[in-house]
Design a binder for this molecule. Structure first.
Ligand SMILES: Cc1cc2nc3c(=O)[nH]c(=O)nc-3n(C[C@H](O)[C@H](O)[C@H](O)COP(=O)(O)OP(=O)(O)OC[C@H]3O[C@@H](n4cnc5c(N)ncnc54)[C@H](O)[C@@H]3O)c2cc1C
Length: 385
């Protein structure tokens, strides 16, 4: 009998397990794959997420990008931002997640790999987790098993969470091309319906991907090939190609049912403007751990405390980000007009959010920001071709 079982050794699960063990709980972290395992992800760790990790992870950072660039192809507009902090630390998720899990193990967590959860059974005073390798019991279960969460399904949570398809390719390029893409996190809009493409430089290759909120009539493979051509990446060697889903809205609350609490993609916590999921995964993993321990494993109190924390730290941010997303992913005419006048200002503000300098809420409810926007409108600030 454990105090807590955490299902899924991604950033949400590993963060929850680390926090729980650090506070003396007896924890099992169960993961279906052998570790390290590939995860379809750009591996872009924005600075606001990196600051949440309570130990150094320099060993798994392949490149530090202090610059980010945004290209709006259907308007011929191009913007660049730079910060003293790395806006995006480039990682391979296999290594990042392994490092987070090993830190949890060092903190006292029992890590079990090759252990897929198949079912859960609720009892008055405990929760039981079933898999091919047997049964485990605990006072609480954290479901951090990703976008297709078995825990959420088996524990009876709402399943009304929309997702967007995304493709991730790892490609090898020549030294000259690698060098050309190595200093900046690159985002391209105006090519992919309701979505964008990215090029993230790693130590010896590029991670390239696209995601689209429009599911019907979109051939993502064809779009990704066209995107590579547009970026001048036609002569490349494909190392790996993966497809996956990205949650675009949180599932309907509550995020706790009985003795089961959801974190990360399992609950749909991804920034809807940027598609960035690492910040909210780590935040919700830690939040789940604290809600369980601070409330003495009492389901009703845990649920109330977690709901309040998630509303404050994540849901509110997701609402403001979605509001901003209407301008970015809405009609091309409105987007073109807005970015011609406010594009650079918009990118500066989003960069501030991604490094954790301010929140979307602070940004959109702070009157001087609108004056800043007006100043940009009057005096320019955009770069266009
Ligand atoms: C193509 C793509 C690119 C992305 N790029 C970025 C990016 O650059 N930066 C960013 O911040 N976010 C990015 N995201 C989002 C990010 O990958 C996710 O938000 C993040 O991985 C969520 O973390 P998690 O811990 O909740 O889930 P996951 O990272 O998915 O981890 C879940 C874990 O649970 C395990 N698991 C699954 N089922 C079971 C089971 N039944 N039993 C036991 N274990 C199980 C899985 O093997 C996995 O290890 C991207 C997403 C996609 C699809």
């Amino acid at each position: 009998m454990y105090d807590v079982i955490v299902a899924g050794a991604g950033p949400a699960g590993a963060s929850a397990a680390y926090e729980l063990a650090g506070r003396g709980a007896r924890v099992a972290l169960i993961e279906k794959e052998a570790l390290p395992r590939y995860k379809a992800c750009g591996g872009g760790l924005v600075y606001r997420a990196r600051k949440l990790i309570p130990f150094p992870i320099d060993g798994v950072v392949e490149r530090e990008c202090h610059k980010a660039e945004m290209h709006l192809w259907d308007a011929g507009l191009h913007f660049q931002v730079a910060r003293d902090e790395p806006i995006v630390s480039m990682t391979m998720r296999a290594k990042l997640d392994h490092a987070l899990t090993m830190a949890a193990q060092s903190a006292g967590v029992e890590v079990m790999t090759g252990w897929p959860v198949r079912d859960v059974a609720a009892h008055q005073d405990r929760i039981e987790v079933m898999g091919e390798k047997g049964r485990l019991s605990a006072r609480f279960l954290v479901g951090a098993d990703g976008v297709m969460s078995t825990v959420a399904r088996k524990a009876g949570f709402h399943r009304d969470r929309p997702t967007a398809p995304a493709l991730e390719w790892e490609i090898r390029v020549g030294d000259e091309l690698l060098e050309r893409f190595s200093h900046s996190a690159r985002f391209d809009f105006g090519l992919i319906p309701n979505g964008y493409g990215w090029v993230f430089p790693k130590s010896d290759h590029l991670s390239v991907g696209i995601g689209s909120g429009k599911r019907a009539h979109v051939n993502l493979s064809r779009l990704l090939k066209e995107y590579l051509l547009l970026c001048g990446l036609s002569r490349t060697e494909l190392i790996e190609a993966h497809g996956s889903l990205l949650p675009v809205r949180p599932m309907a609350a509550p995020f706790v049912r009985g003795r089961v609490i959801l974190a990360g993609d399992a609950a749909g916590f991804v920034d809807p403007l940027s598609g960035e999921g690492l910040t909210f995964s780590i935040l919700s993993g830690k939040g789940a751990a604290r809600a369980v321990l601070d409330n003495g494993f009492d389901p009703a109190s845990v649920s109330a405390a977690y709901a309040a924390r998630i509303e404050e730290e994540i849901i509110t941010e997701m609402k403001w980000a979605r509001f901003l997303g209407r301008f970015l992913y809405g009609g091309p005419k409105l987007r073109r007009f807005l970015f011609q006048h406010y594009g650079q200002s918009f990118c500066e503000i989003v960069a501030d959010v991604l490094i954790g300098g301010r929140s979307y809420r602070q940004m959109l409810t702070h009157v001087p920001n609108y004056l800043e926007l007006l100043r940009f409108w009057k005096y320019g600030g955009m770069q266009s071709e």
